[in-house]
Design a protein around this ligand. Structure first.
Ligand code: ADP
Ligand code: MG
Length: 253
């Protein structure tokens, strides 16, 4: 296998991120370099406070690094104004946040379909609604389409947020602990759907998680500790993990 530059969706090089200044400064990320590719489900592990959410936000151009480059979809983002960045994100990125962000006055199916219909004004709302209901079914939410968010459990809201992000047909989907509120069965369902999104739709999917049960569904596992990327492993079909490398020849010592 040779390195496929075309499949790179977002690439960060030597990025650092610091919150605050002086004595109280927190170094949330230190010198992180990595390339996220289309067609792969990548999991991001690490203890609380290790920088996972910070890295996810930088990958999605929601946050700027203090230092380093972040080309998103082969385009440089440094120097762009907020409006241009927002347009880039709207068109290509899907986000699933920890706090769902569902609109309380809209029904479940409307929450899923609305963002898509804003961006894709040429598509009819009924088609978006139909696609929304298909996704909701795949995520195990059949029968809940007409409920309002306050009539759902945390795990159900989480899956509505996933359906909404997926309906945007993003090239990059970023999810922060999307299975945290789910039982084992629902967690596996979500993992399978995210895996299909990567493999069938060739989306680059990055998931922050503490849930090791997701590993068999993933292609790659990254681990952060104290703001540093301490391991980068590929998941093989038998569930074993090896160093993530795109070259065939392992380095000789
Ligand atoms: P994780 O998602 O792995 O728990 P975060 O990326 O949220 O880690 O945070 C990494 C570090 O940066 C933590 O020490 C956290 O307290 C700090 N941090 C995160 N966001 C902010 C912020 N907005 N202001 C100050 N410190 C922050
Ligand atoms: Mg976090």
């Amino acid at each position: 296998m040779t390195e496929d530059h075309h499949s790179a969706v977002v690439e960060v090089r030597g990025i650092s991120r610091c919150y605050g200044e002086g004595e109280t400064a927190v170094h949330a990320l230190r010198d992180v370099s990595l390339c996220i590719r289309a067609g792969e489900l990548t999991l991001l592990f690490g203890p609380s406070g290790s920088g996972k959410t910070t890295l996810l936000q930088i990958l999605g151009a929601l946050l700027h690094p203090s230092d380093g480059e972040v080309p998103l979809l082969q385009q440089r983002i440094t120097g762009r104004d907020e409006e241009q960045l927002a347009a880039l994100r709207r068109q290509h990125c899907g986000f699933v946040f920890q706090h769902y962000n569902l609109l309380s006055t809209l029904r479940v199916w409307e929450n899923v379909a609305i963002a898509r219909s804003v961006v894709d004004a040429t598509g009819s709302l009924s088609r978006h609604a139909e696609e929304a209901c298909t996704l909701l079914r795949q995520l195990g939410l059949s029968g809940l389409e007409r409920r309002f968010p306050n009539q759902l459990s945390g795990g159900q809201k989480q899956r509505v947020a996933i359906a909404r992000a997926m309906l945007m047909k993003p090239r990059l989907l970023l999810a922060d602990e999307p299975t945290a509120a789910l039982d084992a069965v629902a967690g596996r369902r979500v993992a399978a759907v995210l895996n299909a999104l990567a493999h069938v739709r060739r989306c680059a999917v990055v998931v922050v998680t503490h849930d090791r049960r997701l590993i068999p569904f993933a292609d790659r596992v990254l681990t952060l500790a104290d703001g540093e990327l301490v391991s980068d492993q590929r998941v093989h079909a038998n569930g074993q993990m090896r160093p993530y490398s795109i070259s065939v020849h392992p380095p000789h010592r």
